[in-house]
Design a protein around this ligand. Structure first.
Ligand code: NAI
Length: 461
């Protein structure tokens, strides 16, 4: 049993929504309020069309919503009523001022902390769920202490390790739960309260407890290591293309070494997602800040390699299409940063499409989950005007439609449905030579070549 009876979560995004839905589903005795200042987002969480697409999420939400899971904009009341408050607001890369382009923007964290201070009426446990720079808990504590009269606050760090696309699975059976707290009797008691919440469904030996700073830092380090593996295999993919080696064969050969392991060794057009790049840049900024430029440079190269891999892919398309794509139609399959999510933040597809549009190509794009408004906003964000979008971009309802009358087809997201398309029809409908650029190495390349396609794949000599 746990002493926590009411939970409030500030931030109903890709992390706050699914994690709180799982806690509510697993802890029927705890009431969970998920709060956001974004009314349309809360309305969507309360509708049949959830704002986050994740396999299995609809069922988890439906099972608890209205019973012990509530989505609301009434942040103040929820804070006042809660024993434990998760902070799950965004921490994007700062786009202005000191540390622009690298440091984490903590404005949403600060506003959440101030809201808690104003509305807390008794002892509260505050849990950092957002990914934040190491030592942020100290700043939160200072804000709380300075702005609250009856403040008995404990600040914990409990970073989230779910991966989009498999969030429900990851939340249901996590590799580990990490909880950092102050090493004092009060801190230990707060940690134990949160441990008991998770212990409702996570085996105790998978719940790791550490000091605050280790926990905060571990999240950045975990993402840095994961992204580093992708950049490492992508760097090797370029060498494979030059030498006739096959990157999938190399990945299998090295991945069989138990010290290396087989996961996360898939070469691609480059990693995306809201976290990897942002968290590495944040780590790099911290290293510089603490006077460790060599460490900063080492980790920064992971991002440099990823940028180069995306650019290399666009360049390959242009070069292969006889050095000009102007006025040519390119079918683009996939816009989400990975399969099974509608999230496009930092998706490689944004940058490849931008490059192709700037080269004058006409893009016919299909993604099974990403709405048109998101695609347009993402392209606007990287400097493509509405005028160019209206003129050069067509959004299609199917993959086959996107490939009609195309000079080339580029696969940018590994959606399963792309593996089994009607390639005969696609071939017949395309200009010849019919070029395919597989940015995810998911298509049946030999079969395509037998049909007459010219196939370029990542890391295949
Ligand atoms: P998100 O942008 O989807 O959600 C954040 C939400 O917080 C937004 O809906 C926003 O309106 C809300 N918000 C901001 N300020 C608020 C306030 N003062 N009161 C109430 N609501 C407020 O972001 P996402 O993806 O959920 O990420 C949240 C944090 O979790 C970030 O720090 C991120 O790095 C971290 N994280 C994200 C993962 C992912 O896969 N997306 C995985 C692990 C961690």
């Amino acid at each position: 049993p746990t002493d926590v009876k009411r939970i409030c979560c500030i931030g109903a995004g890709y992390v706050g929504g699914p994690t709180m839905a799982m806690i509510a589903a697993k802890c029927p005795d705890i009431r969970v309020d998920v709060c956001d200042i974004n009314q349309p987002r809360i309305d969507a969480w309360n509708s049949d069309e959830l704002p986050v697409y994740e396999p299995g999420l609809d069922e988890v939400v439906a099972g608890a919503r209205g019973k012990n899971l509530f989505f609301t904009t009434a942040v103040e009341e929820s804070i006042a009523a809660a024993d434990l408050i998760f902070v799950s607001v965004g921490t994007p890369t700062k786009s202005y001022g000191i540390g622009a382009g690298r440091a984490a923007d903590l404005c949403y964290i600060e506003s959440a902390a101030r809201m808690i201070a104003e509305n807390a009426n008794g002892p509260k446990i505050i849990v950092e769920k957002s990914t934040i720079p190491v030592r942020t808990a100290e700043a939160i504590r200072t804000i709380l202490a300075a702005n609250s009269e009856n403040g008995q606050f404990q600040v914990l760090s409990n970073p989230e390790f779910l991966a989009e696309g498999t969030a429900v699975e990851d939340l249901e059976a996590p590799d580990r739960i990490l909880i950092g707290g102050e090493r004092t009797p009060e801190g230990d008691a707060a940690v134990e309260s949160l441990v008991r919440v998770y212990a409702n469904w996570v085996p105790r030996e998978r719940i790791l407890t550490t000091n605050l700073w280790s926990s905060e830092l571990s999240k950045l380090v975990a993402n840095a290591f994961l992204a580093q593996r992708i950049s490492s295999i992508n760097a090797i993919s370029a060498l494979c293309e030059e030498t006739g080696a096959d990157v999938d064969e190399v990945a299998r050969a090295i991945g069989s070494d138990s010290r290396i392991g087989p996961k996360f060794l898939k070469a691609s057009v480059g990693f995306g997602g809201s976290c990897f790049q942002k968290d590495i840049l944040n780590l790099v900024y911290l290293c510089d800040h603490f006077g460790l430029p060599e460490v900063a440079k080492y980790w920064n190269s992971v991002v440099t390699m990823n940028d180069w891999q995306k650019e290399r892919f666009s360049t390959r398309i242009v070069k292969t299409l006889f050095n000009t794509v102007r006025g040519k139609r390119i079918g683009v399959l996939g816009f989400a940063f990975k399969k099974d999510t509608n999230d496009t933040r930092e998706s490689a597809a944004i940058y490849v499409c931008r490059d192709l549009l700037l080269e004058g190509a006409n893009i016919a794009l299909y993604d099974p989950k990403v709405p048109v408004s998101t695609i347009r906003a993402d392209l606007n964000y990287v400097g493509i005007s509405d005028e160019v979008i209206d003129k050069q971009l067509t959004i299609c309802d199917s993959a086959v439609e996107a490939t009609k009358a195309a000079h080339g087809v580029a696969v940018l997201t590994e959606w399963d449905e792309f593996k089994t398309l009607d390639f005969d029809t696609i071939y017949d409908n395309m200009f010849k030579p019919a070029f395919v650029f597989d940015g995810r190495n998911i298509l049946p390349h030999d079969e395509l070549r037998a049909k007459g396609f010219e196939v370029y794949a990542i890391g295949k000599g």
